[in-house]
Design a binder for this molecule. Sequence first.
Ligand code: MN
Length: 313
Amino acid sequence: MTKNKPNHSPSHSRSHSREDVRQIEFILPPTEQHWVGDGFFVHTLMHPHPRLVDRISPFLLLDYAPPRSFTPSRHRRGVGEHPHRGFETVTFAYSGEVEHRDSAGGGGKIESGDVQWMTAGSGLVHEEKFSRDFSDQGGEFEMVQLWVNLPKVKKMMPPRYQALQGRQFPQLTLGKSATGRLIAGKVSLDGQELEGPALTNSPMLVMDLRAQEDGGVQFPVSKSSNTLLLLRKGKLRVGETEVPEKSLAVLSLKAGQVQLHLSKGSEVLVLSGEPLGEPVFAHGPFVMNTRDEIIQAMEDYQAGRMGHLEERD
Ligand code: MN
């Protein structure tokens, strides 16, 4: 800052200079909604396309099922038995209930506000269904499913299942206008360092933000991270750029601060993670580093080496 320049940016502002702040690099709009099984009517916001993987790593895919009302039914909607290997599926239940079980013995029910963090690792089969109670009663259902890649050295780790309950998440206060909850990773706000309960296999920050009032929101991210924002509802602006609802904004690299403007009631999922910098070979439900590893995964699945679920009603 020099004395002779006109007073464009007031020195008393707490805002960081533009160079320190992430801008929007590009926006991924929602695809047409499509059914995953018969339970999840989703927009796909990102998937592991070769041109995209380096800018979204360690994240791979994000499906968003916006709020939808389901009538009571004895039939439990969802997705039947299918395999995964080499990454993690993370399910955020914003409303409604999802029940899960897998061939590695993981399983449970997640309710509104809960997050299920499943590590497929070396491989398993699982099913993802509405809970019996939710099917019987019907109601509003809103969900996000995120795929998180595993580093090469962890792709064949034993499967792991984390059922994270809403009340476990540290509550965040971001300035005067927004609150949030911390799901994974560390963040420093107002000199206080907080840490989310999810165990992750590479460094990342995952948090939900909600604007209580119209206003600006600021938080730090790692300078080397890829940082993505999903606007579930409301209005979000970064710099001069408005993000359309149900879209995913991919922020520019390197800066250590994110500044957002949110309208009252807006809800944003923040994903920020260190890129893995490893080759991604994705095929259907398997995400590995090489073609040979994908072929091996298909052989192992077909030979039953990822297990099976026991028959149930
Ligand atoms: Mn699955």
